[in-house]
Design a protein around this ligand. Structure first.
Ligand code: IMP
Ligand code: MG
Length: 179
C-alpha cells in the first residue's frame, strides 16, 4: 500500500485520460493512412501504451524494447544505457513512434532513437505522457508529442515505479520527501 504520509496525488486517473486522449487525437490526425509502428519502452510504459493504442484509429503494430535504467535503490538516472530487449522487425517502410511514459535525462531515449534511425524507417518520432524537460542532459532528440511537462518530483503510479512497486496505481502520485 502507498503510504499517504509520504505521497500526494499529482494527476488523477481522469486527468491522465484527458492527456492520453489529446495525444491520441494528434496521432490519429498525423498518421492517418500511414504504416505506424509503436515502439513502447518497458516496463513503465505498459499502462500508457495499453490505453493509447486502444484510442488509435489506424491499425498500428506494437513492439517492446527494454533498456537498462535505474538501479533498484536509486532514484537518479544512471549514465550508461544498453538493450535488455531490442526489436526484431524490419523498420523499412514504417513510421516509427517511440512511446515513453516519462522522459528524464533523455539518455535512454537518445540511445533508442539512434538505434531506430539506423534501421532506416520512413520516420521516427517520440510520444511521452510526461516530460521532465528541465532534467534533460545534452540530447538533440525532438519530442513531438508531450502529454504534460512536469517539474522534478519523483512520481509513481500508472506504470511508474518506486523500486518496482506501485505501477498498478490508477492515479499518479508524487513523493513528498525524497531522501
Ligand atoms: P532517462 O534516460 O533519464 O530519460 O530515464 C527515463 C526513465 O527513467 C523513464 O522511462 C522511467 O522509467 C524512469 N523515470 C524517470 N523519472 C521517473 C519518476 O519520476 N518515477 C519513476 N520512474 C522515473
Ligand atoms: Mg521507462
Amino acid at each position: 500500500m502507498l503510504d499517504e504520509r509520504n505521497f500526494s496525488k499529482y494527476l488523477s486517473n481522469h486527468e491522465i485520460e484527458v492527456l492520453v486522449q489529446s495525444l491520441a487525437d494528434r496521432i490519429n490526425k498525423d498518421y492517418k493512412g500511414k504504416n505506424l509502428l509503436l515502439v513502447a519502452v518497458l516496463k513503465g510504459t505498459i499502462i500508457f501504451a495499453a490505453d493509447l493504442i486502444r484510442k488509435l484509429e489506424m491499425d498500428p503494430e506494437i513492439e517492446f524494447v527494454r533498456m537498462t535504467s535505474y538501479g533498484k535503490k536509486s532514484r537518479a538516472s544512471s549514465g550508461t544505457v544498453a538493450f535488455l530487449k531490442d526489436i526484431q522487425s524490419d523498420l523499412r517502410g514504417k513510421h516509427v513512434l517511440i512511446i515513453e511514459e516519462i522522459i528524464d535525462s533523455g539518455r535512454s531515449l537518445e540511445f533508442l532513437y539512434e538505434r531506430l534511425k539506423k534501421a532506416e524507417p520512413e520516420s521516427v518520432e517520440v510520444c511521452t505522457l510526461l516530460d521532465k524537460s528541465k532534467k534533460r542532459v545534452a540530447t538533440d532528440v525532438p519530442v513531438k508529442y508531450v502529454g504534460r511537462v512536469v517539474e522534478d518530483p519523483f512520481l509513481v503510479g500508472y506504470g511508474l515505479d518506486l523500486e518496482e512497486k506501485f505501477r498498478n496505481l490508477k492515479d499518479i502520485h508524487y513523493l513528498k520527501y525524497p531522501n
